[in-house]
Design a protein around this ligand. Structure first.
Ligand code: 6PG
Length: 238
């Protein structure tokens, strides 16, 4: 199931995203008594996290992960973990064990990627080679059509036998979910705002385009796929 919604402005986008996320959290809690939610980094989702911090939810039943992470400590200004903690996770009573950050401290991104893969396998109780099913994965999209840390024409796009791999942004290492993990999700929600995203969106929604140039095209989850756009980003889409 694929839904594309163009909202009037960024605030309306965030309101719709909040409604969508709360609905999916409640479905997960009803069906499984637990919700696994992977967060997007970047700037777009921050107001959504701030809005989630105002909710009254059973935080002890919600487990937080990240779809990608810059290779910096959590207290670094670029850290996706740091942004989400400041906006939401550290201002509501999540049990600390419910927060599952990507490790970025060993000095070896590939080792940290493997460590996190093992952490996911243990949490989801899956065997090596089996792909965990996240309830909700939030994603953003860069001007270049990347998502998570799956950048155009990088090796990470080809990884099909791992859950976590090392992404590469202009030579900077990042940890990222792989396409197999993204595409196993019950629900993927893209949040995209701003006119600068229009050219990439046109390619992503075109009948044909090169997925290695526009990696977000390859996010085709077995569950639901939601694209929530503001007017500035989505105006030209048919
Ligand atoms: C990251 C994100 C990245 C982000 C896009 C969009 O670590 O930066 O995971 O994929 O979602 O670059 O970023 P903005 O929301 O800031 O436009």
């Amino acid at each position: 199931m694929k839904q594309i919604q163009v909202l009037s402005d960024k605030a309306a986008l965030i309101t719709q995203a909040l409604s969508c996320v709360l609905e999916k959290i409640n479905i997960a809690l009803e069906e499984r008594g637990l919700c696994t939610l992977a967060l997007a980094g970047g700037s777009t989702p921050k107001p959504l996290y701030e809005a989630l911090a105002q909710q009254s939810l059973p935080w002890e039943k919600i487990h937080i992960f990240w779809g990608d992470e810059r290779y910096v400590p959590a207290n670094h200004p670029d850290s996706n973990e740091g942004m989400a903690r400041q906006a939401w996770l550290d201002v509501v009573p999540f049990p600390p064990d419910n927060i599952h950050p990507m490790p970025t401290g060993s000095g070896d991104p590939a080792l940290d990627a493997q460590t996190h893969e093992t952490q996911l396998q243990q949490f989801f109780q899956v065997a090596p080679g089996e792909v965990p099913v996240f309830d909700i994965i939030l994603l953003g999209m860069g001007d270049d059509g990347h998502t998570a840390s799956l950048f155009p024409q990088t090796e990470a796009l080809k990884v099909s036998d791992r859950l976590i791999t090392v992404g590469n942004k202009d030579g900077q290492p990042r940890l990222t979910f792989t396409f197999p993990l993204l595409n196993q999700a019950r629900c993927v929600i893209f949040l995209v705002a701003g006119e600068n995203k229009r050219p990439a969106l046109a390619q992503i929604f075109a009948p044909e385009a090169d997925e290695t140039m526009y990696p977000s095209r390859a996010v085709q989850p077995q569950g639901e796929l939601w694209w929530l756009l503001d007017q500035a980003a989505g105006a030209e889409l048919k």
